[in-house]
Write a protein that binds this ligand. Structure first.
Ligand code: NAD
Ligand code: TYD
Length: 346
């Protein structure tokens, strides 16, 4: 039996693949290799004679029903962990179409195929962003969803569709909703790696609005451990929040990064805010903690390790931070910075 990890060449998916391989499981990865997918993230596994025996990579779209069913048959799949998604809020604001295709329709195709093939477990990786902004307190799994941008709305669609397949067809699904992840191999479009890599290049750090938005950061290894725990101890048809218990203002996180790199705080530039920017995310994780899981990595330590990784793996991110990325970066930020020549900004 094999676990199918969709989106396994992305940031979180690749960490989860490694975790499953290290446990001796057989893993198939289905990944479209969009701009965010990167086989470099799985290089150690692909190149290791022993680990590669447990691993098979399929390049393709989760929305391609025929291809998904072919993999089910070929690999004798009994479990899916669906990480595949368009994942960046700013890109969804620019253009939402791919988000609807993958985060909603793609989930539909996987659910339908799983129903036909009587899968034993379907883990839908959702997000805390489906709850929308947390004005006070922290969201419980039973709280209403109130997504406020095309990314979170399409994720909410996938989340609720998965739930409907449990209620209607008793497909054994579990839904996880994690908070903001950080760690190695995260695409430099996201806040923490963008700020680390810009600082390493002595470029300006574009902080949206007043920088007093709050995110609850969880280390990617803690997140993957949480999903693994839920696969083994969670109940079908249930939702589980996975938070870091670590709420920070964005501006404080930016200061931590600059201080660690010994770069001046003057690199921060407050720029025009994101449209519809959620002010705060916060999760109540008591449901999962009562089952026996908790995050282990302290933010300061995890962030410092992450910064070290980006410092030591410049080839990895410099390969990404050109071509398509710079085109996106210029579109996204040039009108935000005071100095419009973003690439040259110091
Ligand atoms: P990512 O963008 O780094 O990776 C996504 C992967 O999915 C890429 O490898 C990409 O090639 C692949 N993909 C995209 N569309 C596809 C398609 N149609 N078919 C097959 N593969 C496709 O994203 P990530 O940050 O690793 O997030 C993984 C999952 O976790 C997503 O579902 C995301 O919504 C969820 N999540 C992320 C965070 C976070 O902070 N990053 C927090 C909570 C939940
Ligand atoms: P991001 O990594 O895009 O994750 P999400 O929007 O899914 O939470 O952003 C994290 C926070 O950082 C969010 O409040 C937006 C902010 N941010 C900036 O201030 N500047 C940036 O250039 C980016 C990408 C994000």
């Amino acid at each position: 039996m094999t676990i199918l990890i969709t989106g396994g060449a992305g940031f979180i998916g690749s960490h989860f693949v490694r975790r499953m391989i290290n446990q001796g499981k057989r893993v198939a990865v289905l990944d479209k290799l969009t701009y965010a997918g990167n086989l470099e993230n799985l290089k150690d596994i692909i190149e290791d004679p022993k680990m590669s025996q447990q691993f098979k990579f399929y390049k393709g779209d989760i929305g391609n029903q025929e291809f998904v069913e072919h993999i089910f048959v070929e690999e004798n799949i009994d479990t899916i962990a669906n990480f595949a998604a368009e994942s960046h809020v700013d890109r969804s604001i620019r253009s939402a179409s791919n988000f609807i295709d993958t985060d909603m329709k793609g989930v539909f195709v996987l659910l339908e195929a799983s129903r036909r093939f009587s899968l034993k477990k379907f883990i839908q990786i959702s997000t805390d962003e489906v709850y929308g902004t947390a004005h006070q307190g922290a969201f419980k799994e039973t709280d209403a969803l109130n997504p406020s941008n095309p990314y979170s709305a399409s994720k909410a669609g996938g989340d609720r569709l998965a739930y409907a397949y449990w209620v209607t067809y008793k497909l054994p699904i579990i839904i996880t909703r994690a908070s903001n992840n950080y760690g190695t191999n995260q695409h430099p479009e996201k806040f923490i790696p963008l700020f680390i890599t810009n600082a390493l290049e002595d470029k300006k750090l574009p902080l949206y609005g007043d920088g007093r938005q709050i995110r609850d950061w969880i280390h990617v290894e803690d997140h993957c451990a949480g999903i693994d725990f839920i696969m083994n101890h969670g109940q079908d048809g249930e939702v589980y929040n996975i938070g870091g218990g670590n709420e920070r203002y964005n501006i404080d996180t930016a200061h931590l990064i600059l201080d660690e790199l010994k770069k001046p705080r003057s690199l921060i530039e407050h720029v025009k805010d994101r449209e519809g920017h959620d002010r705060r995310y916060a999760l109540d994780c008591s449901k999962l903690m009562l089952l026996g899981w908790k995050p282990r990595i302290k933010f300061e330590n995890g962030l410092s390790d992450t910064i070290h990784w980006y410092r030591n793996n410049q080839v990895w991110w410099k390969r990404i931070k050109n071509g398509e990325f710079m085109e996106y970066y210029n579109k996204q930020y040039s009108h935000r910075f005071a100095d419009t020549d973003v690439q040259q900004t110091h």
